[in-house]
Design a protein. Structure first.
Length: 297
């Protein structure tokens, strides 16, 4: 895997955002990662894209090498740094891609900066009505009619949150390797050296509870998602959307992509990778590259 220099930019949000930059093409692509990751996870894709495009990949606030100076409560909060990054660098006619949690973030940015965003790629993205979390029973199984969404409840979740917080405190690579092997690299695994780099990046995350709170409360539609009535901001997404989804995704199952497509209607195209999971960068890098570049006009 080719490695790219980490650069920094100070934003009006009070954060110092780390990013990677490559290529010098006429068209510009910005890559926004998801939970438990950073811009490092995009490096294989950057290596392909940089031949013909200008490519940026940033670390969101609280991830990777970026600062974490404020509490984040929503995906829109995360998007404020992305929007400021775009404005500070003077990026226009931008193709923007968000992976997983990053998908919701780039949608929020697209609403705030409609004149700068040309097309949106949602890669294995959180759905437009959020990512539900549930209370757990005495056997640690989800109680499907009891959603949790407050910071207080999420912070003490005994399955998805507390063990991960302990692993972050202990810088426990093996914990995260097991998680990724089970649900993200369930189809194919990266090379050992690359995997080590990814794990090092994962361990830098400082904002897990913020992310889970943001995902549980995310709802850009105008329909109640079981937690809130929604912001209705989906109607203000002006750029066309490409939803790229792995049929074998165990983190964000295909139903999330299909539901998002229903909400977008003709404004979105759904591209399904039948043999890929949550990390299409790992499972079918060349196919992903082709899916992106054939939709850049």
């Amino acid at each position: 895997m080719k490695h790219y220099e980490v650069k920094f930019i100070e934003l009006k949000t009070g954060e110092k955002i780390a990013y990677r930059e490559a290529g010098d093409g006429d068209k510009t692509i910005l890559l926004v990662h998801g939970n438990m990751s950073s811009s490092v996870h995009f490096q294989p894709l950057i290596e392909l894209l940089e031949k013909d495009y200008k490519v940026y990949a940033l670390d969101m606030v609280g991830f990777g090498d970026s600062t974490y100076n404020r509490e984040i409560n929503s995906l829109h909060d995360f998007s404020l740094d992305v929007s400021e990054f775009i404005k500070e660098l003077g990026l226009t006619d931008l193709y923007i891609l968000g992976w997983s949690t990053g998908g919701g973030v780039v949608l929020e940015t697209a609403v705030d900066l409609p004149e700068r965003i040309k097309k949106i790629f949602l890669l294995s993205s959180v759905g437009v009505q959020g990512y539900p979390m549930f209370k757990k029973d005495e056997n640690y199984q989800p109680i499907l009619d009891q959603r949790i969404f407050t910071r207080e409840d999420i912070a003490v979740d005994p399955v998805q949150v507390v063990p991960a917080l302990v692993a972050y405190t202990n810088q426990d690579k093996s914990y995260f390797r097991n998680i990724w092997d089970l649900v993200i690299y369930n189809n194919a695994k990266p090379k050992d050296d690359d995997y080590e780099v990814y794990l090092e990046a994962i361990l830098k995350q400082k904002n897990l509870v913020d992310v889970d709170v943001a995902l549980a409360n995310f709802n850009m539609t105008s329909l109640n998602n079981g937690v809130n009535e929604g912001t209705g901001r989906l109607d203000d997404v002006k750029a066309p959307v490409v939803i790229i989804q792995g049929a074998r995704d165990l983190v964000v199952p295909p139903v999330f992509a299909q539901t998002s497509k229903e909400f977008f209607g003709d404004r979105a195209e759904l591209v399904m990778f039948e043999n890929a999971g949550h990390s299409i960068v790992t499972d079918d890098l060349k196919g992903l590259y082709e899916a992106i570049v054939t939709r850049i006009n």
